[in-house]
Design a protein around this ligand. Structure first.
Ligand code: SAM
Length: 288
């Protein structure tokens, strides 16, 4: 079965159905074979896999996954794409199910139970950029049995997810993602690889969820609050920034930093995840 990932094939489908691209839904369709192959490899796609795709568009990536995986559930918000997917590009696949919904409103846990054999699942997608972070964090935080997240995102977002301490891209998103996952840059996708051409470049990032949390913390809520406070005012030392937690006096901040063996003059962006874990455990002991 032919691929849809050429400029011509995509244009043909779009024109035949009089489809109108929506900028606000982040509709930029991928037209590069090489990147599709890299996405499949990055996801280590194999026969027994259960896949969730967010935003299949006209089904370019969906079809290639359907050729290999056990089952693909593709969630698409735009109802004008549904007849194209169901009536044409995916009609020969009985292992692909298209659902017309907003991913942020889907109960993914239920979906996995009902339609994907209870998991484990992989999230593989060229994401709509206006909601990249909420989608990724939904999959990481909502207790969904996901092993791998391989997604096309804006280059700058991939850089932040993949950043190491002490670099300009390292921030709360790097810590949030790397708390759960090992990260890997899977492919670069400059803007000319899409129609219509977006005004940003993209990167495919692989987030491989670890079986166990590497640096367990006593209280995840306090961990993420500590991270947020530490990065809240990037130029401030930890001694000042942790005031943003709202329940520690200056003396108590000095105390927790010393107990965690962290110099009070350091800034949040220099702390490793292990140091954040230790620090948040000390902060947790002071929660009123
Ligand atoms: N997968 C296709 C490709 O690679 O060519 C299309 C990717 S395009 C960047 C993003 C897709 O996500 C569009 O089809 C868009 O309609 C869809 N989308 C946008 N917001 C969504 C949402 N909240 N829930 C589900 N799909 C959404």
């Amino acid at each position: 079965m032919d691929r849809l990932s050429s400029h011509r094939a995509t244009k043909d489908v779009v024109e035949k159905h009089g489809f109108k691209f929506s900028k606000s839904l982040g509709q930029n369709f991928l037209i590069d074979d090489n990147v599709i192959d890299k996405i499949l490899r990055g996801a280590r796609l194999s026969e027994g896999d259960y896949i969730i795709e967010v935003g299949p568009g006209i089904g370019t990536l969906t079809r290639e996954m359907g050729k290999v995986a056990q089952k693909v559930v593709a969630i698409e918000i735009d109802k004008t794409l549904i007849p194209i997917l169901q009536g044409e590009t995916l009609k020969d696949f009985d292992n692909i199910e298209v659902i017309n919904q907003d991913i942020l409103k889907v109960n993914v846990q239920e979906l996995v139970k009902e339609k994907l054999n209870g998991g484990p699942v992989k999230l593989v997608a060229n994401l709509p950029y206006y909601i990249t972070t909420p989608i990724v964090m939904k999959f990481l935080e909502e207790d969904i049995p996901v092993t791998d997240i391989v997604v096309m995102v804006q280059k700058e977002v991939a850089d932040r997810m993949n950043a190491v301490p002490g670099t300009k891209d390292y921030g709360a998103l790097s810590v949030a993602v790397q708390y759960y996952c090992d990260t890997e840059i899977v492919a670069k996708a400059p803007r000319h690889m899409f129609i219509p051409q977006p005004n940003v470049d993209s990167t495919v990032i692989g987030l491989h969820v670890r079986e166990e949390i590497k640096y367990p913390v006593d209280n995840e809520e306090i961990f993420f609050k500590t991270v947020k406070a530490a990065f809240g005012q990037r130029r401030k030392t930890l001694l000042n920034a942790l005031g943003g937690l709202g329940f520690l006096s200056k003396d108590e901040i000095k105390e927790v930093l010393s107990a965690a063996n962290i110099d009070e003059k350091r800034r949040g962006e220099t702390l490793s995840i292990e140091e954040f874990a230790t620090l948040s455990n000390k902060v947790n002991e002071k929660v009123p």
